[in-house]
Design a binder for this molecule. Structure first.
Ligand code: A5A
Ligand code: ZN
Length: 477
């Protein structure tokens, strides 16, 4: 596995830090010999599993999970004009079976509209079949030409959660987009990753959508990362894939659809927002290891300490915690370093002196040291984990809040986007957007900004002076 030597670059050098932490904390191995494809280490995969279990639980409340094929025949893929235009440069094609050319080329799904909707056309018959709310968690392939980055910009997205819903009316689909936004806010809340939702400008919406809502978070270097989107698809796809239902009066009607997706960028945001100069810092709810027990087995009482540490492990495990007892033959300091790098929220040290006073020493991942009496160990550990979770949440909120600036001129925007995002009034006009983008080096991310940290404010467009709505401007990953 990953050998450890040298120091992690400081988080201020975010790009260096990010690349190093992925292998030092055993999240991803980037040495796979295809550009844009990476390997999940077991530890990274355990983190992914916790994040996606949470996401599944949220979806399972009122969605059903299904699984559609990876390959999409060219004729289905080419049906929706906007969609194909938007994705054609990003599609990988399967052209051969063995040495024989295929009659119909097959696309590796870049997203699954064209795999799912031909089936929806068969499944949806009457108003009684609606709404349909289905999701799947799959890998998708996009031939990204921008700089690829592990977990952030992949050519094989390994953990694509996509939901696809079908409704009787445009308004019901709109309500579903709002519900998706609420679900994603709740999901990112559970990760303690603050997100800002906004409506993408028309030129940046999903290919084939009426409109797109997107969640952005602010990375440690001030750049934004789009960590989820929800699209109102109108009836564009239902018309091309003939998804119709019979209404109450017996007439055939086209359906209205939505889709929304999240990828392993969620894990990238989780790692990036909470980590520090010593490695990962993970919220207790998601950490693969919540408590690491390090017995200090020195001198004659080594066996006694080890036995006490094993009892402790048993007690905490039966309280439902994810615990590792570290009895490796290594210096305690090396073990501390090891578990810190992996973001373990709480380390418990137990040595001869602790035994004498019937207590243990507990150190949080942020270095806060306390003692916990052995007779109330489970409660003591649980309350420290809860407090630690709240501390992380507050830190992440502070980070994002401090990176948002309300601006009244392009000059102010230019300096704001060097360390975060700017919120400005913008009229919605393309020329004004181009001016803002030219003069600030940042992009219009979206309008109608939704964040607990931003007051929606009408004002005058910072370029033309016409009425403008609350608009998010930033430099995106
Ligand atoms: N069918 C809809 C859901 C869809 O494909 N939407 S999307 O293109 O916006 O992708 C959903 C989310 O996946 C994006 O918001 C982004 O967070 C993530 N994503 C997109 N391309 C990615 C890539 N190349 N690598 C990692 N994540 C990506
Ligand atoms: Zn304007």
């Amino acid at each position: 596995m990953a050998e450890e030597h040298g120091a992690l670059p400081p988080k201020d050098d975010f790009s260096g830090w990010y690349n190093e932490i992925l292998w030092r904390a055993e999240i991803m191995d980037v040495r796979y010999p295809v550009k844009g494809l990476y390997v999940w280490y077991p530890f990274g995969f355990a983190l992914r599993r916790n994040v996606y279990t949470l996401l599944r639980d949220l979806m399972d409340r009122d969605h059903q999970e299904a699984l559609f094929p990876l390959l999409i025949p060219e004729n289905e893929f080419a049906k929706e004009a906007e969609h194909i235009k938007g994705f054609e440069e990003e599609v990988y094609w399967v052209t051969h079976g063995g040495t024989s050319p295929l009659d119909v080329k097959l696309a590796l799904r870049p997203t699954s509209e064209c795999a799912i909707y031909p089936m929806y056309s068969l499944w949806v018959r009457s108003h009684a079949d609606l709404p349909v709310r289905i999701y799947q968690i799959v890998n998708t392939f996009r031939y990204e030409t921008k700089h690829t980055r592990p977990l952030i910009r992949l050519r094989e997205i390994t953990s694509f959660k996509e939901a696809h819903t079908v409704h009787a009316t445009w308004e019901e689909a709109q309500a579903q987009v709002e519900e998706a936004v609420r679900l994603y806010v709740e999901f990112y809340d559970a990760l303690s990753v603050p997100v800002i939702f906004s409506r993408r400008p028309d030129w940046d919406k999903f290919p084939g959508a009426d409109y797109t809502m997107a969640a952005d978070t602010i990375m440690p270097d001030g750049r934004t990362l789009q960590v989820g989107t929800a699209h109102h698809l109108g009836d564009h796809f239902s018309k091309t894939f003939e998804i119709t239902y019979e209404d109450i009066s017996g007439e055939q009607q086209f359906c209205f659809q939505t889709c929304y997706g999240i990828s392993e960028r969620s894990v990238a945001a989780l790692i990036s927002l909470h980590g520090d100069d010593r490695g990962l810092v993970l919220p207790p709810a998601l950490a693969p290891v919540q408590v690491a027990i390090v017995p200090i087995m020195i001198g004659k009482r080594g066996a006694e300490v080890e036995a006490a540490a094993r009892d402790l492990e048993t007690a905490l495990k039966s309280a439902g915690l994810r615990v590792r007892l570290d009895t490796r033959d290594m210096r305690p300091g090396a073990k501390y370093y090891y578990w810190e790098m992996r973001g373990v929220p709480l380390r418990i040290e137990i040595g001869p002196r602790d035994l004498d006073s019937s207590q243990v020493t507990a150190v949080t991942r942020l270095g806060e040291k306390t003692t916990i009496p052995l007779d109330s160990i489970c409660d003591g550990v649980a309350s420290r984990l809860t407090e630690f979770g709240s501390t992380l949440r507050a830190r992440a909120d502070d980070h994002v809040r401090s990176r948002i600036r309300i601006c009244g001129s392009t000059g102010a925007v230019r300096s704001a986007v060097e360390r975060g995002v700017a919120v400005v009034p913008w009229c919605g006009g393309r020329e004004c957007a181009d001016r803002i983008e030219e003069e600030t080096g940042a992009a219009i991310l979206g309008t109608g900004v939704q964040s607990p940290f931003i007051e929606p404010e009408e004002g005058r467009c910072i370029v033309c002076g016409r009425e403008g709505g609350t608009t998010l401007v930033g430099r995106a990953y």
